[in-house]
Design a protein around this ligand. Structure first.
Ligand code: GAL
Length: 634
């Protein structure tokens, strides 16, 4: 597989006379891909039905003529102002009932039939015109579903669509009442038309109602995306991608990804460290100009699963961004490190966001590869260096990992709905487990919850799975190694009720969760091995063999052969020790990496990433700060 670089470009932002020089500079910098068009609707159709595609024809010709491959975006994330005159009720509505007004982007409700029809119309026009264009080598649908908290909409259109969805799902109000337990607080319904969206209730709504709304909202994204993909496929053979975000769990990315050829995501390591990660002040200070050493890798591995092997970074941070509370500049070397890290995890392409910093609009302070005056910004030299390195030493391999972590979007919705403890967040839980594996120097594959085959795995981890899907349950015996489930895994039925046997209901493992407690910061449950549970601890009941005990003698982890259930959230060091032991028992070698050092092997090369601001001595080599070192795999 070839790996390549690219950039996001907005020809409509710049005078046409500038395009040829921009294109030539992109090529001279070693870039292959240029993504365009995803916000251009008002310039493609300034008035309803008045189409102006000629400038886009010329832009694609100029870029393609220079040797670049174009990724063409559908412009549906930015409906123009006139759209509101045609469809005044197309706006998304927030949980407080406020419309999300025009004046930025993503102001549409996924459930609005009129807006969906407009999207199909513009996508059809674009697909007809450019579907067979030799320079359009890939497509992107919309832009970042879910960014700016835009999946859940409490609009009239959403309510009508939700009622239809409920009627199809449950068939009768009685069945819904039974499934949701609506006898509780006299919440029974006599018809689907009585059911509202689960916002603005006096106190918390029925979690089954919320869960149904979350599933419905995710399905609306899948349907919206599929409508575009179906049109594009009729006109193009080029691969179709969507650009997902970091720590966005409001829709099922696997389900959207199933309709696409390539998963891609937008990687802003420094912005993400400051605005969406639980971490100590010391950690945030240590990685202020580098980003968290595991956050990007987690998403690389996640989106490799979403893309069934094919994935890109569609937007790579090239310098300071504008949208986090504070926006430090990357250390010299980090743009190169981030790019190589993506390739080491199997990315086919990395595109920087954006070519030239815009001197107008919301993102004036967001760096590009060029400054607003067209002089090179510091990121450009690093991108060019990677292009040269790639040409000299292509990176072609991708190896399956012995160790896998299951990640499930429905579980994120479930524990968001009823966390039971303020610190119980599903992403946080899975990320803690991922980080522990990274500290041990392991390659990790992330698996969807309906994985049917575990036969190549030595260690499979599934913490916090809301329900255990039948497919995964059936696959458990196929794992020749160790499986660890829990905490909270399979503790609910799909409609958000406690199973009759209390869960986790695992084959051959006589164990029940008799009681669970959530723990505030600073409160720890000691374990017999000197470690601790934090955030969450369960009292396990049953005859299964104890693999690890709590200090009070209760079971902390039980097992039957390779199948383990863990009844708590281990503190970070406790988790590392536990996973190290489980790995060694399976013959999986581990390392003990310092906080700034991470590694990945693609089967051919081993990459060492020093995310730190100071040099690191490791295994006889000195790894410079903010650097990647590539050596042959042993
Ligand atoms: C992304 C988005 C881009 C741009 C970028 C700025 O979330 O897709 O359009 O806004 O952030 O960092």
């Amino acid at each position: 597989m070839t790996r390549s670089l690219g950039v996001c470009y907005y020809p409509e932002h710049w005078p046409e006379a500038q395009w040829p020089e921009d294109a030539a500079r992109m090529v001279a910098s070693g870039l292959t891909w240029v993504r365009i068009g995803e916000f251009a609707w008002s310039r493609l159709e300034p008035e309803p039905g008045k189409l102006q595609f000629d400038w886009l024809d010329r832009a694609i010709d100029v870029l393609g003529g220079a040797g670049l491959k174009v990724v063409l975006g559908t412009p549906t994330a930015t409906p123009p102002r006139w759209m509101l005159d045609r469809h005044p009720d197309m706006l998304a509505v927030d949980a407080l009932g406020n419309p999300r007004k025009f004046g930025s982007r993503r102001h549409y409700c996924f459930s609005h039939p009129g807006y969906l029809a407009e999207c199909k119309r513009i996508v059809t026009l674009l697909a007809e015109r450019y579907g067979a264009h030799p320079n359009v080598a890939a497509w992107q649908t919309d832009n970042e579903y879910g960014c700016h908290d835009t999946i859940l909409s409490y609009s009239d259109a959403a309510r009508a669509a939700f009622r239809d969805w409920l009627a199809q799902t449950y068939q009768s109000p009685d069945a819904l009442n039974r499934a949701w337990g609506n006898v509780f607080w006299s919440m029974d319904y006599a018809s689907f038309d009585q059911i509202d969206l689960p916002n603005l209730t006096v106190t918390e709504p029925n979690p089954a109602h919320v869960m149904a709304f979350r599933r419905f909202s995710s399905d609306q994204v899948v349907a919206f995306n599929r409508a575009q993909v179906d049109i594009l496929r009729r006109h193009t053979r080029a691969p179709i991608a969507h650009n997902y975000m970091g720590r966005t769990t409001e829709f099922d990315h696997y389900a959207v990804g199933a309709d696409l050829d390539i998963a891609s995501w937008d990687s802003y390591p420094i912005g993400f460290l400051s605005d969406r990660l639980e971490a100590s002040d010391a950690h945030k200070a240590a990685f202020l100009r580098q980003g968290d050493p595991d956050f990007q890798a987690f998403h690389h591995d996640l989106y490799r699963a979403v893309g069934r092997g094919r994935w890109w970074v569609m937007e790579q941070q090239p310098g300071p961004v504008n949208w986090a509370p504070y926006n430090p500049a990357p250390l010299p070397g980090m743009v190169r490190l981030w790019t190589w890290e993506a390739f080491a995890h199997g990315a086919e392409a990395v595109l920087y966001f954006r070519w030239r910093q815009a001197p107008f609009g919301q993102e004036q302070m967001h760096a590009g590869l060029l400054r607003p005056d067209s002089a090179p910004a510091p990121g450009l030299a690093e991108a060019t260096a990677v292009a040269r390195e790639l040409a000299d030493a292509p990176c072609t391999q991708s190896a399956p990992a012995d160790v896998a972590l299951v990640f499930d979007y429905a579980s994120a919705w479930a524990w968001d709905t009823q966390p039971q403890g303020a610190d119980f967040d599903y992403f946080r839980l899975c990320f803690a487990w991922y980080r522990a594996l990274r500290r041990l120097g392991l390659n990790i594959d992330i698996l969807p919850p309906d994985t049917a085959d575990l036969s190549g795995r030595k260690l499979v981890l599934a913490p916090g799975l809301f329900t255990l899907p039948d497919v995964l349950r059936a696959a458990l015996p196929s794992c020749p190694g160790t499986v660890v489930l829990g905490p909270r895994t399979n503790s609910r039925r799909p409609d958000f009720s406690i199973p009759p046997d209390l869960g986790p209901s695992l084959p051959g493992l006589d164990i029940r969760v008799a009681r669970a407690e959530s723990l505030p910061p600073g409160c720890r449950v000691p374990l017999a091995n000197g470690g601790h549970f934090v955030h969450w601890a369960e009292e396990l009941e049953g005859s299964a063999e104890v693999a690890l005990a709590r200090a009070d003698g209760r079971a902390a982890m039980v097992h039957a052969g390779g199948l383990h259930y863990l009844g708590g959230w281990p503190e970070d060091d406790t988790l590392v020790a536990l996973l190290r032991d489980l790995c060694h028992a399976q013959g999986v070698a581990t390392l003990d990496l310092p906080p700034a050092l991470r590694t990945r092997s693609d089967g051919e090369s081993r990459f060492w990433f020093n995310h730190g601001a100071v040099p690191l001595d490791w295994d006889g080599q000195v790894l410079p700060p903010a650097s990647v070192t590539r050596v042959p795999s042993v």
